[in-house]
Write a protein that binds this ligand. Structure first.
Ligand code: SAM
Length: 258
């Protein structure tokens, strides 16, 4: 359930070909990076109403969208740069109308450059495919990202890719909408990207230990994971803040103004 995406040097996480070959090797399996929906549920349910129009960016072959549908979510658009993952997921969820899948680069969700309309046809595609061929501004209530910004941060031109991706996320969110980022990146690494005036996001931060984390000496934590962590004006963790699990995950809940 936990794979270390922080080792950018070992794997080419920013490259679509890397992901295609990985999903071919995984041959129809399913895998959730970092955390399963059961651990994320309190956060998701708190910030994302079940009636929301949700965009899952970089869905891969994760079960989170399926688990959300089982939990009452009605409309989840899943995108990924890997055509292998998208073809597989589209087949798998052919009879789940709440889930839709499209191959797309999260850095440009405005049109399908260089791709035939056929390659992006959605399973529900009764309508003119051109109506579905881009996401207009402010078309989603929530965007969920588990590990996708992290992957781009491993690629070439990481800062440019991150800016393009987050610009697109901001464009697609309705006023008052939520971008939920689940990442291994601490505020020093992520806040400079998220905290841009152009996005006008109010950011609340949470921290979750890895699912397999064992506290030294055992026992359970005295802290609630649902308690937001303060972020300093400089966009860092407070100097006296101690992470229980040094390799824990962060959840940034970014709310668009309005
Ligand atoms: C670390 S995996 C996370 C997968 C899934 N979200 C999960 O939680 O298990 C990153 C995913 O982002 C996708 N990805 C990488 N670059 C992308 C891009 N530019 N546009 C869309 N998806 C991308 C990869 O294909 C991969 O499925």
């Amino acid at each position: 359930m936990f794979r270390d995406v922080s080792s950018c040097n070992t794997y080419n996480y920013g490259d679509a070909l890397y992901w295609d070959s990985r999903y071919i090797q995984e041959a129809g399996g399913a895998f959730d990076w970092y955390q399963r929906y059961s651990s994320l549920r309190p956060f998701v349910r708190n910030y994302v109403p079940t009636s929301s129009r949700v965009l899952m960016v970089g869905c891969g072959n994760a079960l989170i969208s399926e688990d959300m549908v089982k939990d009452g979510y009605e409309d989840i658009m899943n995108i990924d740069i890997s055509s292998v993952a998208i073809d597989m997921m589209r087949r798998k969820y052919e009879f789940v109308p709440q889930l839709k899948y499209m191959q797309m680069d999260v850095r440009d969700m405005s049109f399908f450059s260089g791709r035939s309309f056929d390659s992006v046809i959605d399973k529900d595609m009764q309508m003119d495919v051109r109506d579905m061929s881009f996401f207009p501004d402010e078309s989603f209530d929530s965007v969920i990202d588990k590990g996708t910004l992290d992957s781009l941060m491993c690629g070439t031109d990481a800062p440019i890719s991150a800016t393009r991706m987050l610009g697109e996320v901001s464009r697609l969110l309705k006023p008052g909408g939520i971008y939920m980022l689940i990442t291994y990146g601490d505020p020093t690494a992520r806040m400079p990207h998220l905290n841009r005036p152009a996005y006008s996001w109010n950011i609340v931060l949470y921290n979750l230990p890895r699912p397999d984390f064992k506290r030294p000496g055992g026992g359970s934590s005295t802290k609630s994971n649902m308690e937001p962590i303060p972020i300093t004006e400089k966009g860092t963790l407070p100097a006296d803040f101690v992470l229980e699990d040094p390799d824990s995950h962060f959840i940034y809940v970014c709310k668009k103004d309005g």
